[in-house]
Design a protein around this ligand. Structure first.
Ligand code: BGC
Length: 450
């Protein structure tokens, strides 16, 4: 059973990363075919995060009405349809519509897949399975970069490839049952018992009944979505809201997706003359992202969250600043500095700014407002993701690489102060201790210092 869940997590995460990264390899060919202005280029690229913003807003409701399984079948179908439509596109408008569809699929899957995993996975494997989802995103990005390199001008094939894992996700989910929790919510207790029995083959009838009763009790608890949005700004919850929204804002303002979506363009602006060299360097970025994510998974519970954030913000700020200075001084060795600098940057990101906002948003919100708080954090993530991705080509042509990267470096440096002032240490603490620590911090202005 965990293997099946891992495959679902892997496919959803891979598609998320593939559809984010595929534009990097395709943009040059799209330029040649449709001669895109920077604004149109930004719109085509940002259509994915914009679609994901709407998808994540509607994803929770979809996962409740159609079920986790139904939401993932829908997402898989949209992934396949969006990939096919972008492969067949005959202009910028169709490309935008196709990529909005892909974004919608990402948004749905980014809510429904972790829910499906968390509600189905045996507790002992849950952490591993959730991190596996994260790793699959970085593997999808690397996969799209490799396709971009291997296929050259073949942008239609690059987009079309995404249809296969999309169809696989939809078909795999059609063959699955929904989660016991959703089935109980729908009064389908018999099916819920059958699912539980399959995931724990050795369990006795009494043990199964006890598990089922636990789910029934939880399902009967006051519905968590009933909490009002204003609760997120109450004295008790505000410190958590600041951390959840702020960490995602900083994650995106660090410029990560300027690099992930536009890496070849950044390398071109840094003196890499041929498209092949730009794509090779881009694959390097994707590979470092995967390798360091594996390292982060091993370290995440051993080193404190605050220390990891200090490390991540320092490395990303310093490496971006070095690239900005080299670009401003017109150094002849800018390409070497950019390569080393971007590898250091992506490593600094993957070790902390990548995984930590996702992890901390599930730790910091009190139980009664957790879904709302996580929803607001997701809105912060996708809104800034879309803005950065949409504005980057225009910023690059209006201000140049040096100033644009200096801005991202300043945001990373601001992350150091944000961590010091607002982020509590949550490693090793129970969720109740974290809640108490954060509310105390609200009265004393600053969060607890670890
Ligand atoms: C971020 C994405 C980013 C990815 C890169 C994620 O944690 O939310 O915006 O593209 O990391 O690996």
């Amino acid at each position: 059973m965990p293997y099946v869940i891992a495959i679902i997590a892997g496919l959803s995460g891979f598609l998320f990363g593939y559809d984010e990264g595929v534009i990097a390899g395709a943009l040059a060919a799209l330029h040649a075919r449709f001669s895109l202005a920077p604004l149109v280029e930004g719109l085509i690229t940002a259509a994915v995060p914009f679609g994901a913003l709407f998808g994540s807003l509607a994803g929770g409701r979809l996962a409740d009405s159609l079920g986790r399984r139904g939401a993932l079948v829908t997402a898989g179908t949209l992934f396949a349809a969006g990939a096919a439509l972008s492969a067949l596109a005959d202009g910028a408008a169709v490309l935008c519509a196709a990529r909005l569809t892909l974004g919608l699929a990402i948004g749905f899957a980014a809510v429904a897949a972790p829910l499906y995993i968390a509600e189905n996975a045996p507790p002992a494997h849950r952490g591993m399975l959730v991190s596996f989802y994260q790793l699959a995103i970085t593997l999808g990005i690397l996969g799209s970069y490799t396709a971009g390199f291997a296929l050259g001008d073949g942008w239609r094939t690059m987009f079309a490839i995404g249809a296969l894992p999309g169809a696989a996700l939809a078909l795999a989910m059609l063959a699955m049952r929904d989660t016991p929790r959703w089935l109980v919510l729908r009064g389908r207790d018999g099916e819920a018992r059958a699912v539980l029995a399959r995931s724990a083959p050795g369990a006795t009838a009494e043990e199964l009944e006890a598990q089922l009763q636990e789910i029934r009790d939880a399902a009967r608890a006051p519905h968590q979505n009933a909490a009002a949005w204003t609760a997120l700004f109450s004295r008790r919850v505000l410190p958590a809201t600041i951390v959840g929204v702020g960490l995602f804002a900083l994650q995106q303002l660090s410029g990560i997706n300027a690099v992930i979506y536009y890496a070849p363009m950044v390398f071109a602006a840094s003196g890499f003359d041929t498209h092949a060299a730009q794509l090779m360097a881009t694959i390097g970025v994707g590979a470092v992202n995967v390798a360091v994510t594996v390292l982060a998974m091993a370290l995440i519970d051993r080193i404190g969250r605050r220390r990891m954030l200090y490390l991540g913000f320092s490395v990303t700020a310093a490496s971006l600043a070095v690239i900005a200075v080299a670009a401003a001084s017109g150094a002849a060795w800018l390409n070497a500095v950019a390569l080393a600098g971007l590898f250091a940057y992506i490593a600094g990101f993957a070790i902390s700014l990548g995984p930590l906002p996702w992890l901390m948003m599930s730790e910091i919100f009190p139980l009664d407002v957790r879904p709302l708080g996580m929803g607001l954090a997701a809105i912060s993530n996708w809104t800034l993701n879309a803005l950065v991705v949409m504005l980057f080509p225009m910023a690059l042509s209006a201000f140049g690489l040096a100033l644009t990267f200096a801005f991202f470096a300043a945001c990373c440096a601001a992350g150091l102060a944000f961590t010091r002032l607002y982020v509590p240490e949550t490693a090793g603490a129970s969720l109740e201790q974290i809640e108490a620590k954060l509310s105390a911090g609200a009265a004393g202005v600053a969060g607890a210092r670890g």
